[in-house]
Design a protein around this ligand. Structure first.
Ligand code: PA5
Length: 369
């Protein structure tokens, strides 16, 4: 039954497939377009002492990927700030990359206000909205990305500029070579996971079939920490299922005990391990030991990254997760694209007046300059 539903997806008319599936199919193309656009970014800032990526949800995940990718390369600390304000250390030596796809997220607008007031080196990335309106009014440099995507489907447009800015200002090298390889690998994976590929020959479809009916728990490590988080959020927003994520080796110091007496609860979860041909021996050993300690009968799955560079391996796994979450949605008979609960929540929260206050403060600041 599950197989036939997913095999049918390959025969659907384009318009029936839903935006998220089209995004997955075209993921490599979006990275390519995003890379071309990001190359044109020119900033007059110099030598930031720290980098803060400010955003929420689908606009913040690129910051997590940046942080993981740069951990072994950048000489400056990188933090992702998902809050109404910046950390106390932020000052004029901080490079603050404000990311909001819609440009209307109240936490992100509030952090933008904080960054401008603190005199930080600010750069905004958005498709428009209040963020770009005030960036223009306050003469803050910005990149306008294409509109019309769900924020999580705009990942290439939100993440690639972060890499490029870090390369330009943060002293990291090798971005363009890694990106070229990543695009080629993502293109290959999109072919392997394509809707017309049957379940038996399609790793994303077979993973979707495998995790269907249980809460997917995704385990990453190292550069795949944020990738595990991306899997989790894609399962939430595309497949509309609860999901969680953890990373090695931290999960060996707490999470692993949770399986000890899980009993019947273990059957409610499936564990997805992100694996990598280049994983360090100490991590490989921990993954194998952890799998051996899981209650027998727990559904265990592995997703193997592809490619050579860190970026290619990271984005290959992201692409497999993106496809899997969409196929899981289709298996469950839900539309992967809309996120009604987030829209509803934002509408309700708006009534408390916070956003109006933040926008009012931005208006006054713009008028005073
Ligand atoms: O995926 C989503 O729709 C959300 O996680 C949004 O990204 C989040 O609510 C923030 O909105 P925006 O990306 O427009 O700043």
């Amino acid at each position: 039954m599950a197989d036939s539903v997913l095999d049918y997806v390959g025969k659907m008319r384009e318009s029936d497939k839903g935006d998220m599936l089209s995004f997955c199919v075209d993921e490599a193309k979006h990275y390519r377009v995003a890379a071309e656009a990001a190359e044109k970014i020119s900033l007059s800032y110099v030598n930031p002492e720290n980098v803060i990526v400010a955003g929420m949800g689908g606009s913040a995940i690129g910051g997590e990927l940046l942080k993981d990718w740069a951990r072994g390369k950048a000489q400056v600390p990188i933090e992702v700030s998902r809050a109404y304000s910046l950390p106390a250390y932020a000052n004029e030596k901080s490079l603050v990359l404000v990311v909001s796809y819609s440009g209307e997220t109240e936490e992100t607008l509030s952090t933008f206000l904080d960054a401008v007031k603190k005199g930080c080196m600010v750069f905004c990335i958005s498709s428009g909205g209040s963020l770009l309106k005030f960036a223009e009014k306050l003469s803050v440099p910005f990149l306008r990305v294409p509109s019309g995507f769900a924020p999580r489907a705009a990942l290439p447009y939100l993440f690639v500029p972060l890499l490029v800015v870090l390369a330009k200002l943060g002293g990291v090298s090798g971005v363009s070579a890694e990106l070229s390889e990543a695009i080629a690998v993502v293109e290959r994976i999109a072919g392997e996971c394509a809707p017309e590929k049957p379940v038996k020959k399609n790793m994303a479809k077979s993973l979707a079939v495998g995790v269907n009916g249980a809460v997917p728990v995704v385990y990453g490590f190292g550069v795949f920490r944020g990738v595990a988080q991306r899997f989790k959020t894609q399962f939430n927003e595309n497949s509309k299922v609860p999901s969680k994520w953890e990373y090695f080796s931290e999960l060996n110091h707490n999470e692993v005990v949770g399986w000890e007496r899980a009993g019947k609860l273990a059957g409610c979860f499936s564990a997805v391990f992100i694996r990598d041909g280049a994983e360090p021996d100490e991590i490989r050993s921990r993954i194998e030991i952890t799998k051996g300690l899981m209650p027998s009968g727990t559904k265990l799955f592995e997703v193997w990254s592809q490619g050579k560079s860190d970026l290619a391996r990271m984005l290959s796994a992201v692409c497999i997760g993106d496809f899997t979450s969409v196929y899981l949605a289709l298996l469950r008979g839900v539309n992967p694209t809309p996120v009604e609960t987030i829209s509803l929540l934002k509408a309700k929260v708006k009534q408390n007046g916070t956003k109006m206050r933040i926008v009012g403060e931005l208006e006054r600041l713009a008028a005073s300059r």
